[in-house]
Design a binder for this molecule. Sequence first.
Ligand code: SF4
Length: 92
Amino acid sequence: MKVEEKLYQNRYMVDEGRPHVRIQPHDTASPTLRTLVDVCPAGCYSATDDGRVEIIPDGCMECGTCRILCEASGEIEWNYPRGGYGILFKFG
Ligand code: SF4
């Protein structure tokens, strides 16, 4: 089974209006923020045409990669989803 097929087994409970990951306001994305577009395994981050980075955390796997990469810079705010929300791993 391919990784993509395994990931498709996961389910997400989206906490509408309360994203657990937020990017601090910025005019131009730093190199660290731009890196998140490539390293997020769920593809939550995307680059905009005007040089910023946006996030839609609905499919976040709570791997913590972006949290660690931005720990020093504080460019994102990262909290675990409230109880009952977030990813529900099928096999783990
Ligand atoms: Fe992506 Fe992992 Fe950050 Fe979630 S915790 S947004 S899956 S890098």
